[in-house]
Every structure is written in structure tokens, then in C-alpha cells.
Design a protein around this ligand. Structure first.
Ligand code: RIB
Ligand code: CA
Length: 313
């Protein structure tokens, strides 16, 4: 089976970084056509720099990295330095990237990649706010039917919100973009907080990253140790949820996950619940299902896969 072609749309962020490393560690399974940075956890000048830092850390400086949108479709950017630190990759000092950004805008790259590839041969993997994806769909509606599927990290139902009482960060930052994507008709799989909050980076798992014995393992252990302080203080949990790598793990080993095909709508009007993913988990709305909403993860299997693959870099 040839590797699946993917585009990773991302706002690194330590957890995005681990997701990108997992993808780049899996060339027999995933062909990363490009990485498009979007403003989210930190502003675009950091996310577009961090994406290149991560590629170089993985030893793959030839992966094309593009800067995308620097602000949501209609709203002021909300960032998350309180979680990820000022640079978005706090926790370990890494050298500035030598590789250059691609000249093309990230949105143009997504459009042209989908127009030039055979229909249904590119999977989009958004790990941040959906601004780039929605902008591409608005600017070039012809590409929508060409997308193989979207597998994204975002939203929540049982876990409710992490940036407001009602909303998960990626959806909250650009709810209008999420509304466009969730109502595009593209097949979507949602790795929400409902599942990522079951993938906690315990101290034993941080230690296992550190014990891999390569530079990537050392750096991932430092990132996940830095990243955990916010969630442990907030939730009193045994570690931080490792959100974005679940997207890549789903592509690599879908049997680690279970979910339901349900209707998911995005709140874009109410200031109180702005960005809420109204997930009809119990099928009471009568609305057409539009997303595979993942609810469970085999967390030991997930961390075993992740640790084994990071050891290959
Ligand atoms: O709510 C978690 C999501 O928001 C993750 O993608 C994290 O990187 C941030 O973007
Ligand atoms: Ca992210």
C-alpha cells in the first residue's frame, strides 16, 4: 500500500510538534506533501518558524513549509502563550531554522496541491484553528470535492471547553472557519478533547520519551514536561493531554480509537458559547451526521506507537 498523502495545517505548539515528528517518522505510511502554518497557539511568525525548527529537528529540512493566515476570518486572534510559552515551543532551546519558508502562501499551496493531485488522494490534517482550510475552500470551492478526508484535532462534547467553559481552543479561535469546514461536505474525523483528555502524558511516559536515547526523545521529554504544568494545575490530572499527535496516530493505527458518526454544528452567534461544538452524540437532533466523532483511545497503545516511531528519527 503506498503511503497516504497528507498536508499538516498547524500552529506549533509543543503538541503540534510531536504530531509533526510522528508523521515525519512514518514515511512508509505517510507522505507529508507540505506543512502549512496558521496563527493560533502563538502568532504566525512563531508558528511558521516553529514548523521549520521541527522539520530540522527530525532531520528532514526538505519538507516544504508555508506561512498561511495570520488572523481568523472575522475575529481578533486569541493565542495561548499561557499554555505553550512565548515562543510556542518553550521547554527547550533549539537553534533558529536554516531552512527557508516557501514563497507561496499556505492557502495557495493547499489549493494548488488539491487541484493538481488526483481526486481523493490528499488528506488534510488540521491541528490548529481552521482558518487556512476555510479560506482555501472559500477561495477555491472546486477543491472541496477533491479532498480525500479531513482528520482534525478540535472540539469537545463530554469534556466541554478548555479556553472557555463551552469551547475548545482550535474551534474557539476561528468559529466561522470551523463552521465552513464542518458544513463543507468533506468527510471529517474529529479528535476532540473527549479523546485527547484520555491521552495523558504521565511522568512515566515523559521518562519513556527521555529514555529513547536520541535527541528527538530528549526534546519531546522537555516539551511534554513543560507543557504539562498548565493542565496539571487546571485539572489536577496525572499529566497533560497530548492533543495533536492523536490525529497522526489515528491515520497510522485507527484501531486504537472508537467513535460515532454524528452531527456536529459550530456555535458562531452566542458570545456565551461561541465556538462550542454542538455534537449530537445521542442522535436527538435529527440533523444529518457530518463527522466521525472519536470518543475513546487505547492510550497505552497510542504512547507505545508514538515512542517506537520517535525512536526512528
Ligand atoms: O485545545 C487543544 C488544541 O489547541 C491543540 O491543537 C493545541 O495545540 C492548541 O492548538
Ligand atoms: Ca495545535
Amino acid at each position: 500500500m503506498p503511503p497516504r498523502n497528507i498536508i499538516i495545517d498547524t500552529d506549533p505548539g509543543q503538541d503540534d510538534a510531536v504530531a509533526i515528528l510522528l508523521a515525519l517518522a512514518s514515511p512508509d505510511d505517510l507522505n507529508v506533501l507540505g506543512i502549512t502554518a496558521v496563527a493560533g497557539n502563538v502568532p504566525l511568525h512563531f508558528t511558521s518558524k516553529n514548523a521549520r525548527v521541527i522539520c530540522e529537528l527530525s532531520g528532514k529540512p526538505d519538507v516544504p513549509v508555508f506561512a498561511g493566515c495570520d488572523a481568523p476570518l472575522q475575529r481578533k486572534l486569541v493565542t495561548a502563550e499561557h499554555v505553550h510559552g512565548k515562543t510556542g515551543l518553550d521547554g527547550v532551546a533549539l537553534p533558529d531554522p536554516q531552512m527557508q519558508l516557501q514563497d507561496a502562501h499556505g492557502v495557495d499551496f493547499i489549493i494548488e496541491a488539491l487541484r493538481h493531485a488526483p481526486v481523493g488522494t490528499i488528506t488534510l490534517c488540521p491541528l490548529g484553528p481552521l482558518t487556512n482550510i476555510a479560506t482555501a475552500f472559500q477561495r477555491a470551492p472546486d477543491i472541496i470535492e477533491r479532498v480525500q478526508e479531513i482528520v482534525l484535532m478540535g472540539g469537545a462534547y463530554f469534556e466541554v471547553g478548555n479556553i472557555t467553559p463551552a469551547a475548545e481552543f482550535n474551534i474557539y479561535v476561528d468559529p466561522e472557519a470551523a463552521d465552513i469546514v464542518f458544513n463543507s461536505g468533506v468527510e471529517i474525523t474529529v479528535l476532540s478533547l473527549d479523546v485527547t483528555h484520555k491521552a495523558l502524558v504521565t511522568h512515566a511516559r515523559v521518562d519513556a520519551f527521555g529514555a529513547i536515547g536520541n535527541r528527538v526523545g530528549e526534546v519531546v521529554a522537555s516539551w511534554t514536561h513543560f507543557f504539562e504544568r498548565f493542565d496539571i494545575a487546571k485539572y489536577g490530572s496525572a499529566g497533560a493531554p497530548l492533543h495533536d499527535p492523536t490525529v497522526i496516530a489515528y491515520l497510522l493505527q485507527p484501531d486504537l480509537f472508537t467513535g460515532r458518526h454524528i452531527n456536529v454544528e459550530i456555535e458562531t452567534q452566542s458570545e456565551l458559547t461561541l465556538g462550542m461544538t454542538v455534537a449530537d452524540w445521542w442522535g436527538v437532533s435529527g440533523r444529518q451526521p457530518n463527522a466521525q466523532f472519536i470518543g475513546t483511545i487505547n492510550d497505552d497503545g497510542f504512547f507505545d506507537l508514538l515512542t517506537r516511531r520517535l525512536a526512528l528519527l
